[in-house]
Ligand binder design. Structure first.
Ligand SMILES: Nc1ncnc2c1ncn2[C@@H]1O[C@H](COP(=O)(O)OP(=O)(O)OP(=O)(O)O)[C@@H](O)[C@H]1O
Ligand SMILES: [Mg+2]
Length: 324
């Protein structure tokens, strides 16, 4: 009899370690992804996102800890895991010689769909990803965004139980990015669980119901987007002064609408601070600046970036990988 383990989690990782030489790419990494949700894995370059995805999708062996995906152990039951997952890598894997349509039909046949169903599924996915016009052109001539959409379509052929998306929208224009987000939402509505890695706070915020922040191979925060934003302090007000000499004055004004000491970035003549009541804060700051005749180049609100999240969680900004 097959033992079925009932769990709310589609992905469970506990204390995962992965070492390259004497350097840990993942170190005591934990992750719990609830079934039927989009879970964001948010982190800067070199944090360990791709390593985590490759371990969970059985492409890489772990050096410590254990992980289950769709109820199966990635180390001991890799075949069962593979039957239930889809993966889109950070770098597109489509065949450049074939057309978009041929690529999708080929993947369909690889998954034993049979000729007719493979053709139907290819057509459906071409429509969903807005690739019908380019369907019969060689994929080698596609733009980066089109290739990424084709790659995504290929990973969605079977509507897998768990789908791993490694930076699915990096390098895409805003319109393509929105299309990808829509497709991910549609998949999840059909019951697929998605683990999505991203370097964009905004993307995690838009798509994920839960976010794990990863830094240097470890989970440093695990929360809902709202919880994380509360940690960061919600949106930021940002003022760009005309004159460097006005920066201190501007910071004083901004301080009146924020509970956090404003940050001054002198090289950009920029001052910013988190705010809770966005519109009231913006109105207030604009009013005082005008009253005191302080000239500004720009004033506005923006959502926290990954860098802002990091600054709050770790006390330092994201560090780009050395020797890249
Ligand atoms: N094959 C490898 N050999 C040696 N070191 C590796 C290898 N693959 C990854 N690393 C190292 O492991 C760490 C984590 O890398 P990983 O690719 O998982 O990061 P990432 O979060 O996906 O980054 P990015 O946002 O740049 O894709 C990095 O320090 C990286 O240099
Ligand atoms: Mg990566």
């Amino acid at each position: 009899m097959r033992r079925v383990i009932v769990t709310d989690y589609a992905v469970q990782a506990e204390g995962i370690a992965k070492r390259y030489g004497d350097k840990y790419a993942l170190d005591a990494f934990d992750l719990n992804v609830r079934q039927g949700t989009v879970h964001g894995l948010l982190g800067p370059n070199g944090a360990g996102k791709t390593t985590a995805v490759r371990i969970l999708s059985t492409l890489l062996r772990l050096d410590g800890g254990h992980a289950r995906v769709a109820g199966f152990d990635v180390a001991r039951q890799p075949h069962q895991v593979r039957e239930r997952i889809g993966l889109t890598g950070q770098y597109a894997a489509v065949d450049e010689v074939l057309t978009g349509r041929q690529n999708l039909e080929m993947f369909g046949r690889l998954f034993h769909l049979g000729g007719r169903r493979a053709r139907l599924r290819a057509q459906e996915l071409l429509e969903r990803f807005d690739l019908t016009d380019a369907a019969d052109r060689g994929a080698g001539k596609y733009s980066g965004g089109m290739r990424r959409r084709l790659d995504l379509a290929a990973s969605m052929i079977l509507a897998p139980e768990v789908l791993f998306l490694d930076e699915p929208t990096t390098g895409l224009d805003p319109r393509s990015r929105n299309e990808v987000w829509e497709s991910v939402r549609a998949l999840v509505a059909d019951g697929t669980t998605v683990l999505l890695t991203t370097q964009y706070m905004e993307e995690a915020d838009r798509l994920a119901s839960h976010i794990t922040v990863i830094d240097q191979g470890r989970a440093i925060a695990d929360d809902t987007p709202d919880g994380l934003k509360t940690t960061v302090g919600g949106d930021l007000i940002e003022v760009v002064a005309m004159e460097v000499s006005d920066l201190r004055l501007v910071a004083k004004v901004v301080a009146r609408v924020s509970d956090t000491e404003p940050e001054i970035i002198e090289s950009e003549r920029r001052v910013h601070a988190p705010v809770v009541d966005r519109v009231a804060a913006l109105t207030e700051v604009a009013r005082i600046l005008q009253e005191e005749s302080i000239a500004v180049e720009d004033i506005g609100l923006r959502r926290p970036s990954l860098d802002d999240v990091f600054l709050q969680l770790t006390g330092h900004r994201t560090i780009a990988e050395e020797a890249a």
